[in-house]
Each structure stands twice: as structure tokens, then as C-alpha cells.
Design a protein around this ligand. Structure first.
Ligand code: KDG
Length: 346
């Protein structure tokens, strides 16, 4: 009986230790009782809500990764800024206290300035050209620069062409921006470009935006139509215009310390899953953007068309800002991006 008790107690201790795991992950047991090995958890956070194509893309990433790793990597998904905003989540990845986030390139330019190029107003003519350039050589070259920041860039996803909304009046030409208090992303180039258009821009985290519009701290903001509709900005904004002033990419980021700890096979799985889920997200996003202008009008928002001539005037006004940031970021890499756009546009 004593021997049985000793064996029983030892077994309980071993099981308890296995359940505690270590910092790296926990050992999991397959249904047949054999061990799956160490289980790693990815905490993935977004600023947008769970209706947005970005979140649906993240769920797709989760499904692919959990299936292909046979549950050795678990993905926990968080939306609506539950884990923080783009900047704070990117910092958490650097520290290793979060594993994945998918910010816009604009706040990421504060970590790797070259991402700022993609936020040059009126840079990409179409989404197809954007795909080709971002997924091509120069896009990859800029992703690789994240490594020095303790980050790994696995893929570009799509936020989309951004449009302006506000609660004051219709925006048809550059003159209509005059004095408008506009929230921008936390990015110097965005701030200067809107100042050049005559607006009064203020940088703010996405997570604070709805309340700022509701409390009228700002008159307006700019985001793709899918975001404007799915985040219900029509409840606090009355006008939208198709300014299409910038194509905004998302970057699928992983903490470098987490990525380095994965096996080679797992690294391949997460990389391919980020790309596959990104293709899915881009398509959903394009479908949403096409549909959501009508949805916004149904909700009572007034739509104002920006003519090509009016857009041309906006382009002229922001050109000095583009020239300034070309110098700041580096003429060579900017030229590489322009050359790639030229090639992709043929
Ligand atoms: O999940 C992404 C959002 O946090 C953010 O990037 C959305 O475009 C955005 C903005 O305006 O901040």
C-alpha cells in the first residue's frame, strides 16, 4: 500500500509540473494520450473591431496555423484595441510581451522610417499596383528592416484607400479643408500633408478616435470606407468624400524573439499563413470598400464626389511635403519604390 502511495504521489507531481509548463509554452497531450510537445501561444491584437476584414483575416490565420501545426501553436485573437493601439502593441512585440499585431504603415514609420514612403499621398494608382509593389522586391526590402527593431514583418495586408469624413460640411475641394480639426494617425508626414491642405490636424491613437468625434474634440478623420462603416462613424459624422488621398497598407508583425524560438518548420507555417490569410483579407476588404459607400448613405451620411481636377489641386498642395520626406527618408529607396510602381503600372 505504501509503495502504491509513493508511486501515486510521484505521478501527481509529474503531472502538476507538466501542467505548469515553463515560460516558453506548455506540453500538450494528444487525444491518444501521446505528447504533442511544447505548445506556443500567439496573442494577436488589432485596433479595428471584429466586423472588419482585418479581424476576419486574423481568424483565417489562426485556423491555418492551428491546423498546420496540429495545435502546437495556438492563436488568441483580440480586437478593438483590447491589447492597446498600433504603437503600444508594436512596442509590446519588441519587448516580447505580445506576439502579433497588424498596424498601418503610418505609425510603423516611427520605428522604421522607410515605411513612411507608402504613406506618400496619391502614391499608388490602384490596389493591383500596390499589391505588386508591396509583395515585390522593394516591399520585402523594407519589411526586412524591421529585424533591427526586434520585429519580423511577415506580409502586407490591406487597410485601403483613405477617405475624409467630418461633422461640419461637404469637402469637394482643397479649400474645404480650411480650419477643419482632423484626427490623423500618429505620423509626421500625415500631419504635414493635412496642414498643407489647410486643415488643423491632430495625431491620435485609433482607439481614442470614436470618443474624440463624439465629444467633438475633432471635427473629422480619414479612413477607408470599410472602417468608416464598420466602426459606425456615421453615428458621429455627417459627410464623406472620396478623397482617396493615400493607400494605406497593413503590416503583419511578429515579435522577433518569439519568431526566433519557433522551429524552422513552424516559421514556414506562420509565414505562409500570414500571406494566405492576407490574400483572403485583401479580397474581403475590397468587397467591403465597394459596398460600404452605399451602406453609409443608407445610414444618412452625405457623400460628396471629389473631381479629378480637385484631386489634382490637392496633389499640388502636398507635393512640397512629399519632397521634404523624400530627402528625410532617403532618395534612393524612394526612387526604388517609384520605379517599382512604374513597372507595375505598365
Ligand atoms: O487594427 C488597425 C488599426 O489599429 C489602425 O491601423 C486603423 O487605419 C487605422 C487608423 O486610422 O489608425
Amino acid at each position: 500500500m505504501k509503495k502504491f502511495l509513493t508511486v501515486f504521489l510521484l505521478a501527481v507531481m509529474v503531472l502538476a509540473l507538466a501542467a505548469c509548463g515553463d515560460d516558453e509554452g506548455d506540453a500538450a497531450v494528444k487525444s491518444d494520450g501521446s505528447s504533442k510537445g511544447e505548445v506556443k501561444t500567439i496573442r494577436a491584437g488589432l485596433g479595428l473591431n471584429d466586423l472588419h476584414p482585418q479581424y476576419k483575416g486574423l481568424v483565417k490565420f489562426k485556423e491555418i496555423v492551428e491546423e498546420k501545426t496540429d495545435g502546437q501553436i495556438i492563436v488568441e485573437t483580440y480586437h478593438s484595441g483590447q491589447l492597446g493601439d498600433d504603437r503600444t502593441m508594436t512596442e509590446a512585440l519588441q519587448l516580447g510581451s505580445q506576439e502579433v499585431t497588424i498596424p498601418s504603415t503610418a505609425p510603423l514609420a516611427n520605428f522604421v522610417p522607410e515605411f513612411g514612403i507608402f504613406d506618400f499621398p496619391f502614391l499608388f494608382p490602384t490596389v493591383e499596383v500596390a499589391d505588386e509593389v508591396l509583395d515585390g522586391e522593394v516591399g520585402k526590402k523594407i519589411l526586412d528592416k524591421l529585424e533591427s527593431q526586434n520585429l519580423v514583418g511577415l506580409a502586407y495586408w490591406e487597410n485601403g484607400f483613405r477617405d475624409v469624413t467630418n461633422s461640419k460640411h461637404a469637402i469637394a475641394t482643397a479649400a474645404d479643408f480650411k480650419g477643419l480639426k482632423l484626427r490623423t494617425m500618429e505620423n509626421e508626414l500625415h500631419l504635414e500633408a493635412f496642414r498643407a491642405l489647410g486643415a488643423n490636424p491632430t495625431p491620435m491613437a485609433f482607439t481614442e478616435l470614436f470618443t474624440a468625434m463624439q465629444q467633438k474634440t475633432v471635427d473629422g478623420q480619414e479612413n477607408p470606407l470599410a472602417t468608416i462603416y464598420l466602426q459606425k462613424y456615421y453615428e458621429v459624422q455627417s459627410h464623406v468624400s472620396n478623397t482617396n488621398h493615400v493607400y494605406s497598407p497593413f503590416v503583419f508583425l511578429m515579435s522577433k524573439s518569439f519568431y526566433d524560438d519557433l522551429t524552422e518548420e513552424q516559421q514556414k507555417i506562420v509565414r505562409e499563413a500570414a500571406i494566405e490569410a492576407g490574400e483572403y483579407e485583401r479580397q474581403l476588404n475590397r468587397d467591403a470598400n465597394e459596398k460600404n459607400l452605399a451602406d453609409l448613405q443608407t445610414e444618412g451620411i452625405t457623400y460628396t464626389e471629389v473631381t479629378p481636377e480637385a484631386r489634382e489641386e490637392m496633389k499640388q498642395l502636398v507635393q512640397p511635403t512629399i519632397d521634404k520626406f523624400t530627402e528625410k527618408i532617403g532618395k534612393e529607396i524612394v526612387k526604388e519604390v517609384y520605379d517599382a510602381i512604374g513597372e507595375a503600372s505598365k
